[in-house]
Ligand binder design. Structure first.
Ligand SMILES: Cc1ncc(COP(=O)(O)O)c(C=O)c1O
Length: 430
């Protein structure tokens, strides 16, 4: 029964476009009205009709400690009692910056912002301001938020809009400086930097080092190293968008996993502990181009908001506890291994791709290396799969090409129940 959810959604549609404040929440193409959530605790969310769901979307990644973690709640509440916003520097911002700088060696200085979109937008401006060049390279299927210059050939919700996955209203002159290549395409990138004069005009190469926004896709051996080498050679910045992967694929993010030293890193999601926090950080000589020291402008009324930062910092304290990631990855293995085995047993046209505590189960394809491989995705089967799990109280990201996430509080019983449901689905339908 979802009568309340349907009623709220119908009312919301009258006053909010599509009834949602972000398009991916709309359950588009799934044949059922979207969820209207009422609360969350641990690994479970509850809708306004009282139905409970084990949550593998976790607010699209941030909630690595699950919903309403007591330490995060306590930290945020304590700060709220002291005042929630000042528009003046606070000590907790210094603590947060110091913590991230100590955890990620490539980051010498960091600026906190409110969303991943702001982080990547600022990184673009910094890259251009620092190098005094204009071209930006991105990869098809990678999503870096919804700022104009990066909204082309994007993944996540943008992929379904039109063939070049951009948005109406984006000035073509703005995206004219953005050049796209398929992820993991060594030849395209190398030949661009070696034979195209625009290679020398490149300010930065931005990428999701492990992609989450076309489902989980890992870089092929040597790809990140090649990008590091080529960008250094032509004097362009290498920008890792670790909004998803930061503190998700390990304590040192994708850069720690693959041992790459990017010039700039964008963070978000986990560092906010469920609050609107993101950041851009990197080499001091680049970061010092930002105002007030330099002439690259960036600002924000609520940037470094102390309530949000307290919640994020508490999250970082929890995840740096010894054994945290080992336990989280073991939970992820516990869920994914039976699924991988079921795919093999059934010889299903499907695959599961994983990095740390994020993974995607793709239907209709045996391997995904880049966005172009998504053409054969079986959307109909995914819609059926989503509804199958939803009816059994399991909530996964409502799209065929998104990352699923585990938290440290997913119980073994819930994980085993979920794996069992998925294995049965594969045996019956895949
Ligand atoms: C890799 C990546 N970069 C940037 C963003 C944009 O972040 P936000 O939605 O906070 O603006 C996202 C959002 O999902 C993302 O996954």
């Amino acid at each position: 029964m979802r009568t309340q959810s349907e009623a709220v959604h119908a009312r919301a549609c009258k006053v909010i476009p599509g009834g949602v404040n972000s398009p991916v929440r709309s359950f588009k193409g799934l044949g059922i009205p979207p969820m209207i959530v009422e609360s969350g605790a641990g690994d479970t969310i509850r809708d306004v009709d009282g139905n409970k769901y084990i949550d593998y979307c976790l607010s699209w990644g941030p909630l690595i400690l699950g919903h309403a973690h007591p330490k995060v709640v306590a930290a945020a509440c304590e700060q709220m009692g002291k005042g929630s916003s000042f528009g003046i520097a606070t000590e907790v911002e210094e603590k947060m910056a110091t913590k991230i700088v100590s955890l990620l060696p490539s980051i010498e200085k960091i600026r906190m912002v409110n969303s991943g979109t702001e982080a990547t937008m600022t990184a673009m401006r910094l890259a251009r301001g620092y190098t005094e060049k204009h071209k930006i390279i991105k990869f098809t299927g990678h999503y870096h938020g919804h700022s104009d210059s990066l909204l082309i050939q994007a993944g996540s919700g943008v992929r379904s809009i039109n063939p070049i996955a951009t948005s109406k209203g984006v000035n073509p002159a703005v995206i004219a400086d953005t050049i796209c290549f398929p992820f993991n395409d060594f030849n395209a990138v190398r030949s661009f930097f070696h034979t195209n004069p625009l290679g020398m005009e490149t300010a930065g190469v931005i990428l999701e080092p492990v992609t989450g926004n076309m489902g989980v896709v890992t870089p092929e051996k040597g790809f990140l190293e090649m990008l590091r080498e080529e960008t250094s050679r032509v004097g362009a910045l290498l920008i890792f968008d670790e909004v998803i992967t930061g503190f998700r694929v390990g304590l040192k993010g994708a850069q720690g996993k693959y041992l790459i030293d990017p010039d700039l890193t964008c963070l978000g999601k986990v560092i906010g502990g469920g609050f609107p926090v993101a950041a851009v950080g990197g080499k001091a000589k680049i970061m010092d181009c930002l105002a007030p020291l330099g002439q690259v402008y960036q600002a924000g009324t609520l940037s470094g908001n102390p309530v949000a930062i307290r919640a994020g910092l508490e999250t970082l304290y929890c995840i740096e506890e010894p054994g945290f990631y080992e336990a989280l990855f073991e939970k992820t293995r516990r869920l994914t291994q039976p699924i991988i085995e079921a795919i093999e047993r059934k010889q299903a046209n499907a695959c599961l791709q994983r990095a740390g505590s994020m993974f995607t189960l793709f239907f209709g394809v045996k391997k995904v290396r880049c966005k172009e491989d998504l053409k054969s995705l079986n959307e109909e089967l995914f819609a059926r799969f989503f509804r199958y799990l939803f009816e059994r109280g399991v909530y996964i990201p409502p799209s065929s090409n998104e990352a699923w996430f585990l938290s440290s509080v997913h119980t073994d019983a819930h994980i085993d129940f979920t794996a069992d449901c998925i294995v049965k689905f594969i045996e019956m339908y895949a």
